[in-house]
Write a protein of this length. Structure first.
Length: 554
């Protein structure tokens, strides 16, 4: 039985193969393409002509394959049924993508079921094109004899290699201009940057504006209209004269101001104010700032609230500030303001002393600061003191760092009366192609009679510019996350903050137009305790001494 089934199977297979071969033998076919050259981003057709030369029906199977970068749009496998003596013509559509190199002729092959293969070449037309633009085209301001440098970016956006000749000229002609390099070969899809240097002559005696024209001409595109002309503006000032040392010093000047007014709406309470201000340069790099102000109250001085904070007295308020400011050091006494690490406090202002030292040749590399003060503008007169060290390196991935301490005595709030804390913060420019900057801060502290706590902050910023950098990108975005323990004595006391922002600048010429959006989500865990503390002291605190925060919570 099984032998009979095997013989039948072999016989049927033989008959089917013979019939299939007979059908294929009776089919004649050829391929052609009507297009001589096809431009990128267009379609070409391959014509498949099939003829049945026999007196019986026939069938055939064809497979089409296109060499890269050509892409088949029609099905790549085709089955054809032909009646006796019938002829058919099938069109197979091919897409030529933008990146197809000009001057090449990729192959399209058609395979028939009996093993025959025929092919045809599709010639890709050369479509040379380029873009030239100015990278940093802002006006340069130079002295006579100095150089001004500009950059040009050239991009080959066509499908054929191009060779560019660069030339430049400047008007007025009493200057020297040069392109580097003067000849550039660029493959399809590639980009290159070149430099234009403009050096006015050293004998320019008056202010003169110069206009430089740079021409980018591709040799393969002989038409004069294919040239790109770019314009640069340079404003030249005459040579700098030797400095007049007398003019380097700002004149030390003083002013006295007096005023008389009323301290209450009901009248009858007079106020007399006098102030003395002295400002100017004591030395070439050292500036003096001095301000002394007295406010004398009348009979109803309790109804008058003054913002003067320093050295309060019974019958008058006295404001005093003396500062000596130098690029390498600062010294202040009286009302001073100190900037601490971000997680500890935004700033601290009060009556005291502040000193800062910048010992290195480049002052930004290192600053050491100490301060001590008494804050008299809050609910209680608290003593504040701290120290910090910080720096902004000029090179490397690390952009800034700071380590600081902050301590308060007789404070009032959820962090307790006496507490000490320390924090560090760093900012980094990430070593990736896109402009990403990251920052991280950490802090810890402990209050007297309470457990210690910690806080941290992490942020990632896209296109955030640092001091001295050119703000060239219109898009900026960033995210931040900060978290502080309930027992952390600092700005992040019992808070969890989630922040995100994004902005896009549409224009900054004539009018500044920008779209901006941000997201802030903060969770507080210390407000109930803070309210309870306020309730204990509000009955003995005069209303005019309450802060805006205490009024809000009450």
């Amino acid at each position: 039985m099984w032998l009979r089934a095997l013989l039948v199977s072999v016989l049927l297979s033989t008959l089917f193969s013979a019939s299939h071969a007979s059908d294929a033998a009776d089919v004649e076919w050829s391929i052609s393409t009507p297009a001589t050259e096809v431009a990128p981003k267009t379609f070409a057709s391959v014509a498949l002509r099939i003829r049945n030369s026999s007196d019986r029906a026939a069938s055939a199977h064809f497979d089409v394959s296109a060499s890269k970068p050509l892409q088949s749009v029609s099905p790549v496998s085709v089955d054809v049924q032909l009646q006796p003596r019938e002829e058919k013509t099938l069109l197979h559509t091919i897409y030529v993508p933008p990146g197809a190199a000009g001057g090449t002729a990729p192959l399209v092959a058609v395979h028939e079921q009996d093993g025959q293969t025929r092919d045809v070449h599709i010639a890709v037309k050369s479509a040379p094109a380029f873009k030239a633009r100015i990278v940093d085209g802002d006006t340069r301001f130079v002295r006579s004899g100095e150089k001004a440098s500009y950059k040009i970016r050239i991009e080959n956006v066509g499908n054929a290699p191009l060779t560019f000749a660069l030339s430049s000229s400047t008007s007025p002609e009493n200057s020297h201009t040069r392109c580097t390099p003067e000849r550039v070969a660029l493959e399809a899809g590639k980009t290159i940057e070149t430099s234009i240097e403009v050096q006015p002559s050293a004998n320019v005696a008056a202010y003169t504006p110069f206009v430089t024209i740079a021409e980018v001409a591709p040799a393969e595109m002989g038409d004069a209209s294919a040239k790109e002309s770019l314009y640069f503006h340079t404003e030249v000032f005459p040579p700098q004269t030797p400095p007049d040392r007398v003019a380097l010093y700002e004149v030390l000047h003083a002013s006295i101001q007096t005023a008389i007014g009323s301290a209450s709406d009901s009248g009858g309470s007079g106020v007399f104010n006098e102030s003395l201000t002295v400002e100017g340069l004591l030395a070439e790099n050292t500036r003096l700032q001095f301000l002394q102000s007295f406010t004398h109250f009348g009979d109803k001085d309790g109804e008058f609230s003054s913002a003067l904070s320093s050295l309060p007295e019974t019958s008058r308020r006295n404001f005093f500030h003396l500062g000596l400011l130098n690029p390498h050091w600062e010294a202040e006494v009286g009302e001073v303001t100190a900037t601490t690490a971000r997680l500890l406090s935004s700033r601290e202002t009060g009556d005291g002393v502040r000193a800062a030292l910048r010992p290195l040749k480049r002052p930004e590399d290192l600053q050491v600061e100490i301060f001590t003060e008494r804050n008299t503008l809050t609910l209680t007169d608290k003593d504040v003191f701290g120290a910090s060290a910080s720096g902004n390196p000029a090179t490397g991935q690390l952009e800034f760092w700071r380590f600081g301490t902050l301590s308060k005595r007789r404070d009032f709030g959820p962090q307790g009366e006496d507490w000490d804390s320390a924090a560090f913060e760093t900012g980094w420019k990430l070593p990736v192609q896109i402009p990403l900057r990251a920052e991280f801060s950490g802090a810890a502290g402990q209050s007297e009679g309470r457990s210690a706590g910690a806080a941290w902050l992490a942020g990632l910023h896209y296109n955030r510019t640092a001091a001295g950098e050119t703000d060239a990108s219109p898009l900026k975005a960033g995210i931040e996350y900060a978290n502080g323990d309930r027992d952390f004595p600092g700005a992040e006391n019992g808070r969890e903050d989630r922040r995100a922002y994004a902005s896009y600048r549409f224009s900054s010429r004539t009018n500044f137009v920008e779209a901006y959006g941000n997201y802030n989500d903060s969770t507080y865990s210390v407000v109930p305790e803070f309210e309870q503390t306020l309730a204990d002291v509000l009955d003995v605190t005069p209303d005019f001494l309450r802060t805006s925060q205490s009024r809000l919570l009450n």
